[in-house]
Design a protein around this ligand. Structure first.
Ligand code: EPZ
Length: 422
């Protein structure tokens, strides 16, 4: 089991390049299933989740060439329409092959995702949407079996109006992909507005899909008979960007992120300024300077463009050593406070009542051995380790490797005293 050993107390200074967005790359890799032509992708992050998705597509018969951050997919000879449990259980995003498989091949067999650390995370909205498009769905032995309706011998989904009872990012992405090849028009209402949904839509449009309204809560897709190949560059990762900015706001210092985007981080940048950081944006760089102890900031997670749930744990870490008290309210997932117990081991003063945590900032945390429980919680614990006095050992960092490319190398580059130990 690999761990990270962190000696706290160093300020962060320097420049770091932001990688491609995990949560854009995952659905866009699945979009490769929608055509037999080549899909060429650039700026694909080197992450465990991306490797898992590649493995999943390879076992279906997709040809994949990898050259650094470039990936070329060709789904001309897909011969297995299945996402097996052993792959889905490690990565919930595997559900994103469901829509493309049913849309292009007329059927799919996808394992139900197990629960995960941050909540039950059902896929009922994905299934309901496909049923609205005429798909026949049976759930047996832990698998979703989905079949497109047949009309005059052709298996093809039908356009439909789909209303999401609640905002679902991958639910929106799955059904948007399915709708690109459906017969007729599909309208997704109460759709997710996340930038990663927009990035997927841009890639699909480059492949010949007809999509309007991506980025708004109503997305209209006019089905076409087939999609063609394209070449597309994945957007920068806004959560990786936010994570480094919060780390610098907590530890103090002056950093510049390159190859990133500020227009999709408004809410996070505002919160960092509220905490006392000086934030400057210039083209595709964001600079942050923090010369004082951060002020505590309240956060309440909500679907985009409101404060992202994937940044909640990181801000909690900063609030642990901030001046004053803060309230953190998690409205998206029912169990996304797993990091609280671990932060308390470092001396953090946090009270939790339901989906609300109250953090009373302390001047100092003490290093200790702690354990990561999920992806963003592990980033939170790394930030806490950077500011705690003495050594902090973060265990189970395989969670971290799912979503952050070479994080200890990037943090060391900024002056952190952090190393990977086995
Ligand atoms: C995506 O997960 C992201 N993952 C998550 O990022 C992110 O936290 C989440 O969106 C919210 O922004 C990817 O994009 C790969 P949801 P997703 O469907 O799509 C409930 C990370 O750290 N729901 O938007 O799985 C669900 O239980 C990960 O990179 C249903 O009830 O999340 C949750 O409470 C963690 N039924 C809420 O909706 C459904 O059919 C939002 O879930 C679908 C979802």
């Amino acid at each position: 089991m690999q761990k990270l050993a962190i000696q706290g107390g160093n300020r962060l200074n320097g420049e770091v390049r932001i990688s491609g967005a995990k949560n854009a790359a995952l659905p866009i890799l699945c979009a490769g299933l929608l055509t037999g032509d080549q899909l060429q992708l650039g700026n694909v992050p080197d992450l465990n989740d991306i490797a898992t998705m590649r493995k999943l597509l390879l076992q279906m018969g997709v040809k994949i060439e990898v050259d650094g951050d470039q990936i070329v997919l060709s789904a001309a000879h897909v011969d297995k329409l299945e996402a097996p449990y052993d792959m889905v259980k490690t990565m919930r995003a595997a559900i994103l092959v469901l829509g493309p498989l049913v849309a292009r091949f007329g059927e799919a067999r996808v394992s139900l995702p197990g629960g995960c650390a941050i909540g039950s995370r059902p896929v009922d909205l994905h299934i309901k949407g496909l049923q609205a498009m005429g798909a026949e769905i049976h759930i047996e032995h832990g698998y979703i079996h989905a079949y497109a309706p047949q009309n005059n011998g052709v298996k093809r989904l039908k356009g439909a109006r789909i209303f999401f009872d609640l905002v679902s990012v991958t639910g929106t992405e799955n059904l948007m992909m399915a709708a690109t090849l459906a017969d007729g028009v599909t309208v997704l209402e109460n759709a997710a507005r996340e930038p990663e949904v927009v990035d997927l839509a841009h890639c699909l449009i480059a492949m010949g899909a007809r999509i309007e309204g991506a980025g708004s809560d109503t997305i209209t897709v006019t089905g076409v008979d087939r999609l063609h190949g394209a070449s597309y560059r994945i957007m920068p990762d806004r959560i990786e960007s936010g994570t480094f900015l919060v780390a610098a706001a907590a530890a103090g210092g002056s950093i510049t992120l390159t190859d990133t985007r500020a227009d999709i981080l408004d809410n996070v940048l505002e919160k960092l300024q509220e905490a006392g950081a000086i934030v400057r944006v210039a083209g595709n760089t964001i600079s942050l300077q923090m010369n004082q102890r951060p002020k505590a900031v309240n956060v309440r997670t909500s679907p985009y463009p409101a404060f992202p749930t994937d940044m909640q744990a990181q801000f909690m870490a900063m609030n642990c050593i901030a001046e004053g008290s803060a309230m953190v309210v998690e409205t998206i997932f029912e169990n996304r406070f797993m990091h609280v117990q671990e932060l308390r081991r470092l001396g953090a003063q946090i009270d939790v009542e339901g989906n609300t945590a109250v953090i009373r900032g302390r001047a100092q945390l003490e290093g200790a051995a702690i354990m990561a429980t999920d992806l963003r919680a592990s980033a939170c614990l790394v930030i806490a380790g950077l500011v705690a006095q003495g050594e902090t050992i973060v265990d189970r960092i395989y969670h971290l490797d799912r979503g952050y490319e070479h994080i200890e190398a990037k943090l060391s580059q900024l002056g952190a005293n952090i190393r990977r130990v086995t």
